[in-house]
Design a protein around this ligand. Sequence first.
Ligand SMILES: Cc1cc2nc3c(=O)[nH]c(=O)nc-3n(C[C@H](O)[C@H](O)[C@H](O)COP(=O)(O)OP(=O)(O)OC[C@H]3O[C@@H](n4cnc5c(N)ncnc54)[C@H](O)[C@@H]3O)c2cc1C
Length: 370
Amino acid sequence: MENNEFDIVLIGAGVIGLSLAFRLKRVNKQLKIAVLGDPMNSLMASRAAAGMLAPFGECEHADRFFGFCRQSLEKYPGFIEELASMTDVPVFFSMQGSLMPSSFYGDCWEDRKRFLKQENISHEVWDPATVREKVPHLSANCGEVLWVGEGQVNNRQLHDALIAAANVLGITVLEKNVTGFLRDGSVIECAVTDSGIIKGKKFVLASGSWSQQLGKILDVSLPIKPIKGQMCRVQVEDGLLEYTVHGLLTYIAPWRGGHGFVIGSTMEDRGFDNSVEDEVIEGLIDRASAILPCLKEAPLIESWTGLRPAAEDLMPVMGKSVRYENLYYSTGHFRNGILQTPNQADYLTDIILETMQDEIAAFSPSRYQL
Ligand SMILES: Cc1cc2nc3c(=O)[nH]c(=O)nc-3n(C[C@H](O)[C@H](O)[C@H](O)COP(=O)(O)OP(=O)(O)OC[C@H]3O[C@@H](n4cnc5c(N)ncnc54)[C@H](O)[C@@H]3O)c2cc1C
């Protein structure tokens, strides 16, 4: 094989593309794999997220998506251990759990409790006295609080570890912007980049919010758009809170390890606008301070905007193309891509290596004739 020729070419160097390359190579070390990422757009989801591993805070129905996310959470400890065995990059990961204060859930509070019980999800209901004892820094206004067995990861460290693991495994990670494809009928032969062509036997489109643009070049209509989220990170002592906290449209994600707490986030349908508005960040801090009052005075470390890749039906687009013989998709992971990372890597590996035939219909590219 020539230097620019690969068995599998993944377009997208976020957590989705890198974790898939990682799993493919772990399953078959003979595979020659390239991951292409446009450095300009790399920070907009995988490194912009809060790293909450929260299927129980995010999902309200026990559908196929919920099952997939729950399974991914279960895989996380092993996935982090596997990465740690291969690289020296430290990744903060905790299964300490999440808190949901009743005062933010209003009318849906009893439904939430019922759902957790019904689905046999590990949880506890803490009365205000228990809350004071276990989390003394939480506002007394939080009322009754649910503790739920979920996780938290520092997603920037996770991304760093995936890049380091790719190097260890001999995966080729290239900073290249894909601008076109060379095709022969229904077979993609090459990705055209701003610095030459990359030949591949199989291609995977894992380009997050930019997937629609790449789809256009391939004459497919991929209904994915960016949903903007403004976020910030404040300096807080590690020991102040060991749980992730979900309020309504407000969350606090402890990155710990001296990295402070992330506060999020807005949901804005504003295209690729990546501006950060001071008043929005102030609003986020105000709402988070209603949960954890010490955040009001905490020094601001940074604020930023991220772009969540959202499909029209808000489900991920994962599986084999119906239009191209050698094209696969893993995109549209929207609000939960960090959570879905280990499971999507396993799922797509099985599909690409043809060790599993039955795709999950709700995620299949065929629902959009892709
Ligand atoms: C504000 C915010 C908070 C979030 N919080 C959480 C959370 O707490 N928990 C959770 O589970 N999820 C969260 N998410 C969602 C999660 O971050 C995403 O679902 C996930 O990171 C998507 O990863 P990705 O690799 O598909 O996309 P990205 O990280 O956006 O990566 C896309 C890749 O495609 C590459 N690319 C694009 N165009 C081209 C091109 N033409 N040529 C070559 N490469 C190209 C880019 O360079 C990049 O490498 C959050 C997202 C945001 C924005």
